[in-house]
Design a protein around this ligand. Sequence first.
Ligand code: EPZ
Length: 433
Amino acid sequence: MEQYVIKGGNPLVGEVSIAGAKNAALGILAAAVMTDEEVVIENVPNVRDTRVLLQAIQGIGARVKYIDEHTVRICGGTINPHADNCVDGEYVRRIRASYYLLGALLGKYRRSTVALPGGCNIGSRPIDLHIKGFRALGADVDIHSSMIHAEAQQLVGSHIYMDVVSVGATINVMMAAVLAQGKTTIENAAKEPHIVDVANFLNSMGANIKGAGTDVIRIRGVEKLKGTEYSIIPDQIEAGTFMAAAAATKGDITIRNVIPKHLEAISSKLKEIGAIVIEYDDAVRVVSNQRLRSTNIKTLPYPGFPTDMQPQMAVVLALCEGTSIITESIFENRFKYVDELFCMGGKIKVEGNTAIIDGIEKFTGGNVVAPDLRAGAALVIAGLAADGFTVVEDIKYIQRGYEAFDEKLRALGGKIATVETDKEIQKFKLKVG
Ligand code: EPZ
């Protein structure tokens, strides 16, 4: 199994360019099958999640062709409308977001069958709001033999109130509604940048969606969607991860190809603890040349502090002067990395959905296991800031959402390599000294 081996202690200095947003790409790639015409999507991040979703899209009969590493052409016209187009468990187990094909195929063919996504390492991840939305549009949705089947004679616009702000449910229901008859209103909708990107993509195909990015999205159903060319927005969480890495390693990183507005909650917290954050049109620079101060963070739906940045900021706060408190209000089990940081000298106590963080001067290197995507990235940051060597196992989680993560960190002066054997770890240790 691949692992990262890291020699900590080097401030990360230099420039890094951010890839396309994974969580926008997953909705957009699924929505691409809603037209029979060709769709070209640029700035697709080359990560495991997008590769697996494209395999699932191919698996239901769409034509998929990589034009280059970050550009893909999709044609949904080759999908057999009369087949059951079942997206089976092999894909859904590997990537939950395959369930976006439920909304896309229901919207286009008025029937769809997708394997039921499981929970994952950060919580139970229910999909009751997705189902509530599909039923409100007139679909019969039932679950049997671990599959979700949705079918409708006709999809008719409706008024849907989301009990909880849900990114996935907002995107899935938006897709199911764009070809429905009449008007759909989604109240208490998620407002993340990736929701806006999926809505903009659908509108570029001829959909009629207004209000994406606010908590009320209004959709007027159209007859059909057409082909388009579209470029995905930069990934706010990848950018935030490198911002946190600059702060934790007392570095100086210019993060290029970002939309600074999407990073406001992260920039504001970094400034609050004493980091220097300079914003440019499409870049941010984070400098940390002194010990940072503690603060408190509560994760919230956008534009609040993103839950996907919670582990990375916990690592930064673990090195700050004083005691910080993080409250995780989105997921019920997103502090698994705390036990791993304990092995590196971290002083964090978890009580329910709150982490109490007593700052330390330095982590010491250790052997840790990535519990999930963002926690894995946080452990890499801890290793880069630590004294000594760190080995991070189960990096497959990290590779789901970060493109060329170790390569980008090496280009910033990070001493990190991807290895598979103890022999390679020894070789790395001899090489970096
Ligand atoms: C998306 O997950 C992201 N994944 C997650 O990023 C992100 O953490 C999350 O949104 C919150 O921003 C993708 O976009 C592929 P939710 P999603 O539905 O859509 C509850 C990463 O690191 N809920 O917004 O599954 C749910 O339990 C990943 O890239 C229901 O109760 O999240 C949670 O408490 C990790 N019923 C809250 O809503 C539902 O039907 C927010 O979840 C759906 C959700």
